[in-house]
Design a protein around this ligand. Sequence first.
Ligand code: ADP
Ligand code: MG
Length: 843
Amino acid sequence: MEPPAESSLPATFHEWLDRLARPIEFATKDDCAHAGAVKNLSSFVSTQVQSALAQEWIPPAIESRLRSLRELFIDFQQALPIGEQQRRLQAACVILGRLRDTTPESVPPDEEQIGDAASATGSTRGDVWNLPVQFVKGVGPKRMALLQRLGVATIEDALWTIPWRYEDRSVMTPIGNLVPGMVTAICGTIAKCDAKRTRNRRLSVLEVGVEDETGKMQVVFFNQAYLEDVLAVGKVVMMSGRVIAGKQGWMVPRMDVAQYEVVGEAAESALHVGRIVPIYHETKGWTSRQSRVLVKGLLDEYARELRDNLPVTLRARQRLVPIQEAIQDAHFPKAEADARLLEQGKTPAHRRLAFEELFLLQMALATRQRSVQEQPKGLKFNPRAPIVDKLSRLLPFRLTAAQDQVIREIYRDMISSKPMNRLVQGDVGSGKTVVGLHAIVMACGSGYQAALMAPTEILAEQHYRNLKSTLETLGLSVALLRGSDKAAVKKTQAAQLASGEVQVAIGTHALIQKGVTFKNLGLAVVDEQHKFGVMQRKNLIDKGYKPDVLVLTATPIPRTLAMTVYGDLDVSVINMLPPGRRPVRTFLFGDAQRRRAYQILKDELRNKRQAYVVYPLVEESEKTDLQAAIQGAEQLQSGEFADFKVGLLHGRMKSAEKEAVMADFKAGKIHLLVATTVIEVGVDVPNSTIMMIEHAERFGLAQLHQLRGRVGRGAEQSYCLLMAAGLGRNRPTLGRHPLGGEEPQSNARERLDALVQSNDGFVIAEEDLRIRGPGEFFGFRQWGMPEFRVANIVRDGDLLQQARVEAFSLLKQDPQLSAPGHQGLKEAMLRKWEQKLELGSIS
Ligand code: ADP
Ligand code: MG
């Protein structure tokens, strides 16, 4: 289709608009299926708009809109990514819709009518959510770039970026009423602003006078000379803080200002004072104030048109306020809003927004789960393979009831026609490896290959050592794949895997690198998933394998978290330890008690037990940390522990060296192993009964729990000694956060106490989540944890649960989300999660 050549212009605005709209709306129809069929849209729109702008029948009020429209098409061409084309076309439809509204004879349609009109023409809904902010009044390219830094690209982004806190500025104290000692806020005009320097020129002082109709006050800023321009005479400001007595001889009081804000023109100032005011995150060049103005502008212009993504019945059932109201109140709370609920982010508005966010994620996860399960797998496992039976006779112990149960769940998955996607969660030492082994043997017994992937070489080697003889006894050949292996070795192994000569591949990431192919991979076991992230699983699938997937993790992911990360996996839990295990006894020591700690360590060694001493290794400061571990080992060997053999293990050592050290430790030739966190996961040497952790305050709670899991693996009583510098009672020093930041020591203390008090990984994880919040929860980022704008999984755990139930039941009723009432929902979900979660089957 070619747009009509612009010969003569139609006589009325309306006719002209129809002509302009036709090709655009045609291109947008059916999810922009015809975008490619419409040629020369760019020049058509441009010339149409250009010539129309010269006509007198163009209402002046809409000129800027026409320009916005033209801008959308300036570089519009087939080469643009299809997503961008869609976005622009949809944005154009929104603008066209609004242009139609502006004509005097048409009444602005209400929500329902827009929806009907859109579905009647088969065109897109013209959803304003997706309108790019750059087409909003007052947002040019420069501001656009700033906003992008805050994660704001569309109207949806802007409106969903709600304030992180609120300030009640509804009552301002008249300056004349200020009395020293008060903590309060005022609003006044800058009457004077003098910059001075002290005699030695080190200190700059800014003396500011502020006044309102009732009186004057003084404010002093030190070393903030730049404020001279900000607080220029005549500006209206809001200031809050503590009132103190003024300088001697001054009648006016002074304020120790904690917060201030230039309020600006009177018309706008109603946004910034005299109400509960939203405070937004800022970035260099973009203030909270600007956010306020932007959001207010957006709400004024678009609030009426915001389509509610949640079905009406769902909203009613969950008692959720309409989206317009939620957005409005979350940004600009009504005067009567409950201050406490606001502070906690628990108002009905917050609840509504958080619910929608959680609901969309759960919808996406449910969709992915369906798409995985829909395709029958091409694998056929044989539960009666003779070697499966043989395996149980080879084990040196009896499986616990929990292991037994989980293995049965795995078998059931493997036999079924649906692909297995199962997570096995079990605390450290609960015996997950043997569970994985059963799955491997089942796969190989059915004629497939199996892969076991571990996060570190040390762990992969250990698995290899431990499983090799069992597997070989069963007649299966095993290979160990490491990144550090010589090219020739890798080549041989690759050939053996490709030919099927080797049935079980154990290794690190090396397993999924280029060059490694399998003859018929039937099962992938991923150990310690939290160290991998979801992407690696995907890598296998991208290589053309759709093996059954079994994920083993010791990270005691709290329920709420598991639901968000692993929402599409089935979860099995090994909730008991093998018999005879005793809980590790954990003690917290300050530096002053180091001698005592060493004494305990020595006693164990004399009892023929083995020990670990662990040093933290934070990536950024790796060198010095490594140094500390190396020196620590030397000092222990030449000093306190001269009678014993001290070994050293860290990530920078060559594979062969590491392997040799681990072998010596396992054989009891090394008594005390000084190590960095490389031993954190998986290492299993049952005779080691004591672990000393240096700088325990620098570790995260879940990580400490993992480390501690290296002891207590036999029948003997085991110990964990947490060494924490400066944990004396009344010393509020700063500790280093595991992620490199700083946090108050009290927080570290709380964490360590939690560890002393409990051995239960789940209890500890919940505690960690509570203390540190989801953003900092160990491994959170590595897991590819979804980020929420409003929801907070600690605070909104209940909401998450409800959202999950609602999402799964809705998708059951309408798997393709094809009902007319579900369109907005589907679009919103895809917009948010399509790429991140690779939602294939629905679109
Ligand atoms: P994790 O769950 O931490 O990976 P492992 O699989 O390494 O635990 O097992 C920890 C130790 O417990 C190993 O030495 C293993 O041989 C042993 N183990 C596993 N299951 C049992 C069982 N049912 N009875 C006794 N010991 C067991
Ligand atoms: Mg393990």
